[in-house]
Design a protein around this ligand. Structure first.
Ligand code: ADP
Length: 265
């Protein structure tokens, strides 16, 4: 049906003071959502007003990782997002039919959902909006670029060569969409040996720097490697329990690195 003219997305308006980051990865399981929620928690803990859009149709794990069980409520024509750890959260998972029926989100539907998340949700005055994208270079990345050209990309990869190659491809979409890439984050960079000071390179080495260098070449603008987050059992546990590591164990090396990345953005 005819929905009438579209409202302007507040974050896309000229002069918007909200910085928008789209968190991307080449493939699933590299820790994109974990990084998103921990960056969000670190920023919110530092006093910034933070929102997260979970647009990862395959993963949509942000609500669990932030301990959100409530659904959004409707007030007049606005959608009120649930809040956890001072972070406003909206997820594709909150709009699924009841039960565990998988939703087949097609391109136009996804674009429509994204538009709703950005225009019909009551975000208030945000300092930061983080968007957890699905892995890869799918329709949603294009939607984000078209609807929010000012969104800066954050690319998450593991050190593994194969992972880095697909991550670089996901980041290089920015050259077609003329978006900025804020930087690359290498996750699962190493496992601290539980018995000595050594770092075990479980997933190899160099992927993060390789992606940063590759994107710098492709985009003709310096793309920095923003940080390297080690493997930490407590980060995984915190994700499962809805308590981000940066809040529960702020002194761990992984939390310190996530905080450093958040502060530097
Ligand atoms: P993605 O969003 O890329 O699919 P997730 O953030 O869901 O990846 O992470 C995949 C799994 O790996 C999760 O169980 C998460 O808790 C775990 N994980 C992510 N990063 C780390 C890390 N640095 N140390 C330990 N476990 C991690």
């Amino acid at each position: 049906g005819d929905r009438g003219p579209e409202k302007e997305i507040p974050f896309a308006k000229a002069g918007s003071l909200t910085r928008v980051f789209a968190v991307a990865s080449g493939k699933g399981g590299v820790g994109k959502s974990s990084v998103t929620v921990n960056l969000a928690a670190a920023m919110a803990a530092s006093g910034l007003k933070v929102g997260v859009v979970d647009a990862d149709i395959y993963g949509h794990s942000v609500p669990r990782m932030l301990g959100v069980s409530e659904l959004p409520t409707k007030v007049e024509d606005m959608i009120m997002p649930p809040v956890a750890h001072d972070i406003k959260v909206i997820s594709v998972g909150m709009f699924k039919p009841p039960g565990n029926t998988p939703v087949v989100w097609r391109g136009p539907m996804l674009d429509r959902a994204l538009y709703q998340f950005l225009s019909d949700v009551y975000w208030g005055d945000l300092d930061i909006l983080l968007m957890d994208l699905p892995p890869g270079t799918g329709d949603i990345a294009i939607s984000v670029a078209q609807r929010m050209p000012s969104a800066e990309l954050l690319v998450v990869t593991t050190p593994q060569q194969a992972a880095a190659e697909v991550a670089e491809r996901a980041g290089s979409i920015a050259s077609q969409t003329h978006q900025q890439v804020a930087g690359v984050i290498e996750n699962m960079a190493w496992l601290p040996c539980p018995h000595c000071d050594e770092r075990i390179a479980v997933f190899g080495e160099g992927g993060g720097q390789a992606v940063a260098d590759g994107l710098t070449r492709t985009l003709g603008a310096r793309v920095p490697l923003l940080g390297q987050i080690p493997i930490d059992l407590r980060l995984r546990e915190g994700g499962d329990e809805g308590k981000p590591l940066v809040l529960t164990d702020p002194d761990t090396p992984a939390a310190a690195e996530l905080r450093r990345i958040a502060t530097g953005l």
